[in-house]
Design a protein around this ligand. Sequence first.
Ligand SMILES: NC(=O)c1ccc[n+]([C@@H]2O[C@H](COP(=O)([O-])OP(=O)(O)OC[C@H]3O[C@@H](n4cnc5c(N)ncnc54)[C@H](OP(=O)(O)O)[C@@H]3O)[C@@H](O)[C@H]2O)c1
Length: 268
Amino acid sequence: MSFELLVIGGGRMGSALVEGLLSAQWCGPESLAIVESVAEQRTVLSDKFVGVRVLSSLELEHVGANTGAVLCVKPDSAEGAARAVAMCGVRRVLSVVAGLSTQRIEAAFVGPAAVVRSMPNTPVLIRKGVSAIAGGSYVTASDLDWAESILGAVGTVVRVSERNIDAVTGLSGSGPAYIFLVVEALIEAGVHQGLSREVSRQLVVGTLEGSAALLSQTGESPEELRAQVTSPGGTTAAGLRILEGRAVRAAFLEAVAGAAERSRQLGR
Ligand SMILES: NC(=O)c1ccc[n+]([C@@H]2O[C@H](COP(=O)([O-])OP(=O)(O)OC[C@H]3O[C@@H](n4cnc5c(N)ncnc54)[C@H](OP(=O)(O)O)[C@@H]3O)[C@@H](O)[C@H]2O)c1
């Protein structure tokens, strides 16, 4: 029996995608198969995704003319997984594997294959991710639409050229960690001002959620929104002056540049 979509690797990323695809009704469960090498994880997946086939390995019979595959395995297993899907006749692949170029995935195929590379971030696990996609040598607009529809089930999607994927990795791929560091520091700052840790956490997480919603719902720029809470000579101005004096803005510029450079090194 052939499937519409094969999810190769049923770990955190593969499971999040299957969950998003089913809940967005991208296809019915009978059209999806997950290929997972770990037996205990296969049991977990079968219990969680009723009606979705969970396979230990891919066979020719699972692949029809329109079957696509999503590579969701760790980088060190990814080229082997690409060769396995190529051998079974898959011609359209979306990869979420960090650091693996479309060229290296294409090399697993004999002849042209449509390969779309993506860089999602961890909030895809709760369907609030942001992913960038980039097409390889043989992709068409419909291949990119296909990839966007899959990752769109777990968040928002932007299109970039592949040379920008390292920048995306340094910005939104690593971005949740930068934000968590800021949150940690602010919670600690609240504690230093005499608030209990729990109250400080509630205040900081609520501030983060509310600020993100203001940005996305009003469409106003961060500069405009910041000006609205910064009265001349007021409390926010006093706090911001210290952050600017400590070069926080420059630190973020360097952090993203450093992470992007590390992504370039790892991909070589
Ligand atoms: N998690 C994220 O937020 C995130 C963000 C951006 C990109 N990514 C990328 O997403 C990929 C998957 O990450 P993850 O966090 O989902 O990893 P994970 O939880 O470790 O899941 C990978 C799963 O795939 C299995 N597997 C490995 N090779 C296989 C094969 N050839 N056929 C079938 N199953 C196979 C693994 O089994 P074994 O344990 O035996 O290897 C494991 O169960 C990585 O390449 C990562 O770079 C993840």
